[in-house]
Design a protein around this ligand. Structure first.
Ligand code: APR
Length: 236
């Protein structure tokens, strides 16, 4: 653990942390990219070609996410944020609200959120809990121009400046439940390591990324609470 009395922590989560809450991951067996084509449902071109197909894909995921409950890994991260006396930032690639449901406050959704809609005419974001279709109207410009507020391939993730600043000052970077295959998130460990942070990976299968100085292989619901206990003990 670094010298500073109040070390700064940056956590990155991926679909694996929500798997034990019943939400599908993308690249595991039976994952979302087995049954759907990224080009069709996760690109602006796919939405332009067939908006109904894309809206249906995210409507189904929104319904599932609404019913999902946080698991012990989400709860442990909320407890860590609450107990930590240094800076703490949780960056998630996930578009579900399980971190918020667990009580996490400082959460950045770099790939967007299922419970938000984006107007592709005026750019406004609005809270959205129900199914989205082409007949839905933007509350700001009143045009029927809403799309899922999801960052698709080829689009710029949200909050990258804040994330870059946090990584530059992190003493500890923890990556949980992500295959580390999609940039820019996949490059966060290199950024943190470059600035001297301790780097920890918690994942069902190791990604074998040598930039992680500490790899904990196992399910998030078991490994994250244990790691949080260890961290709080050591930092007492
Ligand atoms: N506990 C911990 N890790 C798990 C668990 C679990 N119970 N179940 C699966 N995992 C791990 C898998 O081993 C895998 O490495 O979670 C990872 C999930 O990887 P992906 O399915 O690729 O999901 P993710 O890394 O979040 O994908 C990143 O890709 O398609 C885009 O926008 C999408 O945000 C997503 C991004």
């Amino acid at each position: 653990m670094p010298i500073s009395a109040h070390p700064s922590i940056v956590v990155l989560t991926g679909a694996g942390i929500s798997a034990e809450s019943g939400l599908a991951t993308f690249r595991d067996q039976g994952g979302l990219w087995e049954g759907h084509s990224i080009e069709d449902v996760a690109t602006p071109e796919g939405f332009a070609r067939n908006p109904d197909l894309v809206n249906d894909f995210y409507n189904q995921r929104r319904r599932e996410a609404k019913l999902a409950r946080p698991n012990s890994a989400h709860n442990a991260l909320a407890a860590l944020e609450n107990a930590w006396d240094g800076d703490f930032l949780l960056v998630t690639q996930n578009v579900d609200e399980l971190h918020e449901k667990a009580g996490s406050k400082r959460v950045l959704h770099m790939h967007g959120r299922l419970n938000s809609a984006l107007c592709y005419e005026c750019g406004s974001h609005q809270h959205w809990e129900d199914d989205l279709d082409q007949g839905c109207f933007c509350q700001s410009c009143t045009r029927a121009s809403l799309r899922p507020d999801i960052v698709w391939f080829g689009e710029m993730p949200y909050d990258m400046d804040a994330i870059g600043t946090a990584l530059g000052g992190a003493d500890l970077f923890i990556s949980i439940g992500t295959s580390g295959t999609v940039y820019p998130a996949a490059g966060f460990v290199a950024e943190a390591a470059h600035h001297g942070a301790r780097t920890v990976e918690i994942n069902l299968e190791s990604t074998h990324n040598p930039l992680f100085s500490d790899c904990r292989q196992g399910s998030a619901s078991a490994m994250v609470p244990a790691f949080v206990r260890e961290l709080l003990e050591a930092h007492r």
